[in-house]
Design a binder for this molecule. Structure first.
Ligand code: BES
Ligand code: MN
Ligand code: ZN
Length: 516
């Protein structure tokens, strides 16, 4: 993926844009821009193109075609549906559809003119269009043999990604807003694409050590603080959960800490991501059918690292700490067992009922570690329970927490990012459900409300405003009709996290201005 550029419209209007493919987005029933009216007329008049959402018409303008002074060699009309119902997420989807079509046409470049939804700014629209194009073009092909020059992102048919440019009106204000939006969108998409790459990687390559190496690269690129604890470090920090789950694997666990310092002496936002690089279930071993999917069990950690990549690239004026407890969960002679009792560094004792409920054990350590930052808030994301798939399917991440304002803030960030998160309750009853006969609590609560008993477990370790995202349904393999989501890992909730941090940095800037 090359950078996403911008181009300003000249005195000849859209007709003067000289490119291999000009993408014209139209609402339902809308006429084409005046300078393109002649070229678009046959498609519109025939009724072949009406502007319905997702509809596409490809027009050729060369000699013998219906050129009418159009400089672009191809025009793509792309339907956005009703103007009133148009949103940033529909724009993301439209841009993804266009970019993928451009690639299959083997166009070297495309120029797309984004439209701005009612409640949004031109800058936000440019950002969404850039995100959509960059995410839509994502593919994970490094293990496909017969593909030449894989690092250059060309595939077996040598189809490389098209260059993408966004069209802006001629005035300086619009042009610079478009430029800012395109740059931000590209950086955010790069973070989400990194999250996808990490999660798509097989378990035997994406080990805890590998994730730590990735964190190191992010820290070098963006001048962040980095601490990586190995097995000895994890033990000396008394990280009971991570040490116990990681004990039986020959791949050592890691505890990864990345610190972005952009907000002076403000309390940081701490992001926690589950980094189980392969979850076999341990002694409570999973059925073998579908077990390959458990390479995605570090999707939360991957999203947190992807978010940090974007935070660094954007240079956000906020303090952010990322914590990723990373380990495999494998059975072996020295593996932890159902019935074992673990004591965490806050004194709390946990009876292990299932070694397959490992995520909450390693997250508990990370939440306890987060306390030392006196955080403004902590948001954890984890592929934590199969039950969240039963409850919400793949349409939303499960959202829980101990602070209503924070939960609303996370939900709103998910809405603007197109990564939906839906609030679920954490009633006391779920805490009752994890009472243990032997220890203070146990690590499962039975069949009922599995997502919520997991949330109730984490709540025992969250001594600050805290929100929890269960992304077991949304972090991978979402077969929804969304053109910017590829097969495999989705990168969710990397963009949600970035959106939340950006919104925080903007509102803290505003309140500083107000104070002056
Ligand atoms: N990593 C799994 C959760 C999961 C399941 C993610 C399906 C993606 C798809 C987690 O560690 C797990 O095994 N959870 C158990 C908890 C149970 C033992 C209480 C589950 O959901 O079955
Ligand atoms: Mn498990
Ligand atoms: Zn797991």
């Amino acid at each position: 993926m090359g950078p996403i550029g911008t181009r300003t419209i000249g005195p000849d209007g859209a007709a003067g844009v000289n490119t291999e493919l000009l993408v014209v987005c139209l609402y339902k029933g809308e006429a084409a821009p005046e300078s393109l009216a002649g070229a678009a007329a046959p498609a519109l008049q025939s009724g072949d193109f009406s502007g319905k959402e997702g509809e596409m018409a490809l027009l050729y303008t060369g000699e013998g075609g219906n050129g009418n002074g159009v400089a672009a060699s191809r025009l793509m009309l792309l339907g956005l549906g009703e103007r009133d119902g148009f949103t940033l997420d529909k724009l993301r989807r439209a841009a993804a559809t266009a970019a993928k079509k451009a690639r299959s046409l083997k166009a070297g470049e495309m120029v797309l003119s984004p439209r701005t939804p009612h409640a949004a700014t031109g800058e936000q629209a440019a950002q969404a269009a850039a995100e959509g194009a960059a995410l839509g073009l994502y593919r994970f092909r490094k293990y496909k043999s017969g593909i030449k020059n894989k690092t250059d992102e060309t595939d077996d048919e040598e189809q490389s990604d098209p260059g993408v440019e966004l069209l802006a009106a001629d005035d300086e204000a619009t042009a610079s807003a478009t430029r800012r939006g395109a740059e931000a969108g590209e950086k955010i998409a790069r973070g989400a694409r990194l999250a996808r790459d990490l999660a798509n990687e097989p378990g035997s390559t994406a080990t805890p050590e590998f994730l730590a190496g990735q964190a190191e690269e992010i820290s070098t690129r963006h001048d962040m603080g980095l601490t990586v604890l190995d097995r000895a470090g994890i033990d000396s920090e008394s990280m009971t959960g991570l040490s116990t789950v990681g004990r039986s694997s020959s791949q050592e666990p890691r505890f990864i800490v990345l610190e972005h310092r952009g907000g002076g002496d403000e309390a940081p936002v701490v992001l926690v991501g589950k980094g189980v690089t392969f979850d076999s279930g341990g002694i409570s071993i999973k059925p073998s059918a579908g077990m390959e999917e458990m390479k995605f069990d570090m999707g939360g950690g991957a999203a947190v690292l992807g978010a940090m990549e974007a935070v660094g690239a954007l240079g956000l004026p906020v303090n952010v700490v990322a914590l990723v407890p990373a380990t495999e969960n494998l059975p072996a002679g020295d593996a932890y067992k159902p019935g074992d009792v673990l004591q965490f560094s806050n004194g709390k004792t946990v009876e292990v009922i299932s070694t397959d409920a490992e995520g909450r054990l390693i997250l508990a350590d990370a939440l306890l570690y987060a306390k030392r930052y006196d955080p403004a808030c902590v948001i954890d994301c984890a592929t934590l329970t199969g039950a969240v798939l039963v409850g919400l399917g793949k349409a939303a991440s499960g959202l829980m927490g101990n602070d209503d304002d924070l939960v609303s803030e996370v939900q709103a960030a998910g809405e603007s990012a197109g990564e939906r998160a839906w609030p679920l309750p954490l009633f006391e009853d779920y805490t009752d459900q994890i009472e243990s006969d032997t220890a203070d609590i146990k690590n499962t609560g039975g069949r009922n409300a599995g997502t919520l008993t997991a949330g109730a477990f984490l709540k025992e370790f969250a001594d600050f405003p805290w929100a929890h995202l269960d992304v077991a349904g949304t972090a991978w393999d979402v077969p929804l009709k969304n053109p910017y989501v590829a097969k495999g890992a989705t990168g969710t909730p990397a963009r949600l996290l970035v959106e939340l941090l950006r919104a925080r940095s903007e509102s803290s800037n505003t309140s500083q201005h107000e104070r002056r």
